[in-house]
Design a binder for this molecule. Structure first.
Ligand code: F0G
Length: 461
């Protein structure tokens, strides 16, 4: 297979520290076997997240100089609003400092105690903000996503029959909103088809339920749709984006992903006269800052306005998805299991298949992440039972459908030789998989979003 050449070249570099295996064993122990607690300088290739870890372009760095830092009504705000309105076709655009801020500002308009939100899968902070608003999460991801070896084109889709069953079970009046996560991060960065989005929108319309897009990786999703959904083959990524967004009422977006900046977020509302816009502005002023800057600097708004267009450049997106495909095909050669086909923002190794001997409550995804760090200084993270945590009502450890170790690839940061090194290291860990007999237990955890802070220890030394 071929590595698709980068549609950019390097203008500035950042040295990386080299460490030995013995040093890394020490560092991860000191970090309580939690990769979030490592110092970043002790990591060689950092795939903890693709969020805010992107390299900005020369055009974005120059745009920073045009930042208008006025408190209210800055030029930069209008630049951003125009760009977002042009791409998404929504009338009201609210900048916020990141994705979870968008959730915090928007969700209380639709969710409260006694209500539910249904998603094709929630990402961790989105789940937390549904629960912080007092509501509970229900999920209806398509069954294909549970089988990492099944190569289906749209493993991020909503299971429409299950969604309708959940609506009937809980009563449509109790479903505060439906969230479509595109791409579906927890399912492995897997795309949602336009057909599926239309079916979800039709159900929401039938039952009068608010539809929100969790749009962090909407551009990668649109590119998958262009490549895989026949009807969209001749459409541009921007046209596909417009089609998706006109089906929903609102979107919440972490702009730290597909819009290639280091910080930022957006809320979008399709209709200019939606009554909850007032509540969005009020919440934004209380929690984020005045609604024309939403917790961002003027220069951040400018970089985001440029990044919105760079993020839908089709040469870029072909390269981006091509990189994931290359890594996936090389792993196939070694017979290494991952959520296949490869997702849009990373590779999700199937840790349950690496370590069938380790039960979910000893966190196979975390075990694999730790082994990879020790092997070569690669940092990934668990997307499995360790991340999902405990049931908010009973406090019991939940079992995740999949036990993934996610390698989320930052945008425009690493080169083919980094990926080749990573692939060889994964293979070394794969070859030694039967020697790992036990996982980890948690010795301390906070009540919410525990995986970021928890401390762990090996079940047996
Ligand atoms: N929605 C999705 C689908 C996400 O993946 C994330 C963040 C958020 C919302 C929240 O956005 O971080 O800007 O507040 N995901 C990151 C990740 C952190 O590593 O996947 P945020």
């Amino acid at each position: 297979m071929k590595f698709m050449p980068e549609p950019y070249r390097i203008k500035m570099v950042e040295p990386i520290k080299m460490t030995t295996r013995t040093e890394r064993e020490e560092k991860i122990k000191e970090a309580g076997y939690n990769l979030f607690r490592l110092r970043a300088e002790d990591v060689y290739v950092d795939t903890l997240t693709d969020s805010g870890t992107n390299a900005m372009s020369d055009a974005q760095w120059s745009a920073l100089m045009r930042g208008d830092e006025a408190y209210a009504g800055a030029k930069s705000y209008y630049h951003l609003v125009e760009a977002a309105q042009d791409i998404f076709g929504y009338k009201y655009i609210q900048p916020v400092h990141q994705g979870r801020a968008a959730e915090k500002v928007l969700f209380p308009s639709f969710l409260e105690k006694g209500k539910y939100a249904i998603a094709n899968l929630f990402f961790d902070t989105t789940r937390a903000h549904v629960e912080l608003a007092g509501a509970r999460c229900l999920e209806a991801c398509c069954p294909e996503a549970a089988d990492s070896q099944l190569r289906a084109p749209f493993k991020g889709n909503m299971d429409i029959a299950k969604m309708e069953q959940l609506i009937k079970e809980k009563g449509a009046e109790n479903i505060g909103m439906v969230v479509m996560t595109i791409t579906n991060n927890s399912a492995g960065g897997q795309p949602v088809s336009l057909k599926n989005m239309r079916e979800v929108a039709a159900l929401c319309k039938k039952y009068g339920i608010h539809l929100n897009i969790d749009a962090a990786r909407y551009a990668e999703n649109a590119m998958f749709v262009k490549l895989r959904e026949k009807e969209c083959r001749d459409m541009s990524v921007k046209e596909i984006t417009r089609e998706f967004f006109k089906l929903a009422d609102t979107f919440t977006m972490s702009a730290k992903k597909d819009t290639i900046v280091n910080m930022g977020g957006l809320i979008g509302v399709r209709d200019a006269d939606a009554p909850y816009i007032l509540k969005i502005k009020a919440n934004c002023i209380s929690y984020e800052g005045f609604y024309t800057y939403g917790g961002l600097n003027g220069r951040d708004l400018e970089a985001l306005a440029v990044g919105l267009y760079e993020g839908i450049d089709e040469n870029w997106l072909r390269y981006r998805l091509g990189t994931m495909e290359y890594i996936g095909e090389r792993l196939d050669e070694y017979g290494i299991p991952y959520q296949s086909p490869a997702g849009g923002h990373g590779i999700f190794l199937d840790a349950a298949k690496f370590y069938p001997q380790i039960p979910y409550y000893e966190f196979p995804g975390q075990v694999l992440a730790i082994e990879l760090y020790k092997e070569c200084g690669l940092r990934g993270c668990d997307i499995g039972s360790y991340m999902i945590g405990n049931d908010p009502d009973t406090g019991k450890q939940l079992q995740s459908v999949n036990e993934f170790t996610r390698l989320a690839i930052p945008r425009r940061v690493y080169t083919q030789s980094h990926y080749d090194m990573v692939i060889e290291a994964i293979n070394e860990v794969w070859k030694k998989r039967e020697t790992i007999r036990h996982g980890y237990k948690i010795t301390w955890e906070p009540p919410i979003l525990r995986h970021f802070q928890a401390e762990l220890t090996p079940v047996k030394e």
